[in-house]
Design a protein around this ligand. Structure first.
Ligand code: HEM
Length: 137
């Protein structure tokens, strides 16, 4: 990631955090619409789950300047996702739902460059999680 991309992600995320609850709701609504088969994987309270997801994205966004420091936590997260029944192909759907959520929440502020920067971040996280999942399996 370029320093410019890191800044774009941080600035746009700062605009999402005040509406985190709404963003989480939008995200799960879109995800379950795109792939209803993943809904049964979520056993817990979806509001609580949304808060955890937002917290994790927050950690990742704050850690973008020192990605090497968050890699172990992301690998452990990926390994835990095997037990949740998550498969490699689910990562694409989740990524698409996430970008759609950001686009919906941010409107015109979600420029092509910002979208590209987020796709890069998500791709890095997803690749790290999938590799760790493959090793855990
Ligand atoms: C960058 C990608 C992702 C991030 C940052 C993320 C983050 C999280 C976090 C923080 C948790 C809370 C539990 C824990 O820490 O172990 C969690 C649980 C979970 N995630 Fe993810 N996740 C990602 C991708 C996915 C994908 C692709 C799926 C597929 C549908 C998924 C499905 C789940 C499920 C089913 C749970 C457990 C929910 C429950 O027990 O009710 N996640 N995720």
């Amino acid at each position: 990631m370029t320093p410019e991309q890191v800044q774009l992600v941080k600035d746009s995320w700062a605009q999402v955090t005040p509406i985190a609850d709404k963003a989480a709701e939008l995200f799960y609504g879109k995800l379950f619409e795109m792939d209803p088969s993943v809904k049964p994987l979520f056993k817990g309270d979806i509001t609580e789950q949304g808060a955890k997801l937002m917290k994790m994205i927050n950690t990742a966004v704050n850690g973008l300047d020192r990605l090497d420091e968050i890699v172990p936590a992301v690998q452990q997260l990926g390994a835990r996702h095997v037990a949740y029944g998550v498969k490699d192909e689910h990562y694409d759907t989740v990524g698409a739902a996430l970008l759609w959520t950001l686009e919906t929440g941010l409107g015109d502020a979600f420029t092509a460059e910002t979208k590209e920067a987020w796709a890069t971040v998500y791709g890095l996280l997803a690749d790290t999680m999938k590799s760790a999942a493959a090793q855990a399996a």
